[in-house]
Design a protein around this ligand. Structure first.
Ligand code: RIB
Length: 347
């Protein structure tokens, strides 16, 4: 059975093609009883507009896309939620895609999205220098970098100061008396991870500690399983060399480390204090609520979407902006001053 066309709708409703087009795109121009007749014909025939054909004719889709790094990480879902709130306010839809930290998969998505003439692209990229991003800009498709490098001149960026965030985490642990701290995270080819590590180093240096006070434990990915593996590695270290605290590059790693320590009978936080990063909802909900460096996730997403839509609307008059939010340390039960532990033993 052929799909009904606009012409079929016009014939059934006994109106012109232009009237059907107005009902679909500018219903306020059509008298109510005519509009009702056309809508009834659409329903009777089961007509669905061809959005891709419409967007080609009008030169503009009503869809924006967010190409994220990892769909299994709630951090990115929260960003997407902020983006969607703004998109809906502007009568737009949001497509979510995930590169899963894979550059080739990211390139495949970019290739598809360029052809779709989307309204704009928000991206937390594996490769911020993928030439398809420049191609999109040449085709006047706005592209905004979210949670990535903020020092670009060629497009808007929205991020958090991750160097400051790493410093907050490490300084918090030093202030609590920890003198041997693990940094759990990687690969450092991810700019966010590299910045958090640098911030942690800055924090320890500012406290006058030697660089070897920070034990860097690289991971292949930033997920719960890698956090558990890091926990096993930490517990495999001789007790005298083992760090008494760990700063993890994101909450999923921290939750995995916390789970491994708990399963192996380690007393948290007395024997191991843990700090995460992002402050996803699971951080506060953990069996031992997780201290974490909060990123304003929905605000990151909504701010990026507003910049994107502004660029799509203002075109050449748009001026690129670089918005960076401050991180915030949220202290919970997974960290404790070492002095408190000594009291616990003598209590
Ligand atoms: O994708 C890894 C991490 O980078 C996320 O957890 C979030 O912190 C992002 O900035």
């Amino acid at each position: 059975m052929e799909t009904p066309s606009v012409r079929d709708v016009a014939r059934r409703a006994k109106v012109s093609l232009g009237t059907v087009s107005n009902v679909l795109n500018r219903p306020e121009l059509v008298r109510p009883h005519t509009r009702a007749r056309v809508l009834q014909a659409i329903e009777d025939l089961g007509f669905v507009r061809n959005e891709s054909a419409r967007s080609l004719r009008s030169g503009g889709s009503r869809l924006i896309a967010y190409l994220m790094l990892d769909q299994t990480n709630p951090f990115f879902a929260d960003l997407g939620r902020g983006m969607e709130d703004v998109a809906r306010r502007h009568g737009l839809g949001l497509i979510l895609c995930s590169s899963d930290h894979d550059a080739a998969r990211e390139d495949d998505y970019l290739s598809m999205l360029v052809e779709q003439r989307i309204h704009g692209l928000l991206i937390t990229a594996v490769n911020y220098d993928n030439p398809r991003l420049a191609l999109m800009s040449r085709h006047r498709v706005p592209v905004v970098f979210v949670d990535g490098p903020g020092d670009r001149t060629d497009r808007c960026t929205v991020s958090v100061d991750d160097v400051e965030g790493g410093d907050l985490a490490a300084s918090h642990l030093v202030e609590q008396g920890h003198r041997k701290i693990a940094f759990v995270g990687g690969p450092t080819s991810i700019p966010q991870v590299a910045d958090r590590l640098q911030g942690a180093r800055n924090g320890l240096a500012a406290a006058g500690l030697d660089p070897d006070a920070l034990v860097v434990m690289g991971t292949d990915e930033l997920n719960v399983a890698e956090g558990r593996r890091a926990g096993a590695r930490l517990l495999g270290m001789p007790a005298r060399r083992r760090p008494t605290a760990a700063f993890c590059a994101n909450d999923l790693l921290a939750l995995g480390l916390l789970q491994e320590m708990t399963l192996r009978g380690v007393t948290l936080p007395a024997e191991m204090s843990i700090v995460g990063y992002d402050d996803i909802d699971f951080a506060a909900a953990a069996a031992i609520p997780l201290t974490s460096v909060r990123q304003p996730r929905r605000l990151l997403g909504s701010t990026a979407a507003e910049l994107l839509i502004d660029e799509a609307q203002t075109g050449d008059d748009h001026r690129h902006r670089h918005i960076q939010f401050p991180p915030e340390l949220i202290v919970r039960a997974s960290t404790q001053a070492r002095g408190a532990r000594l009291r616990a033993r003598t209590g």
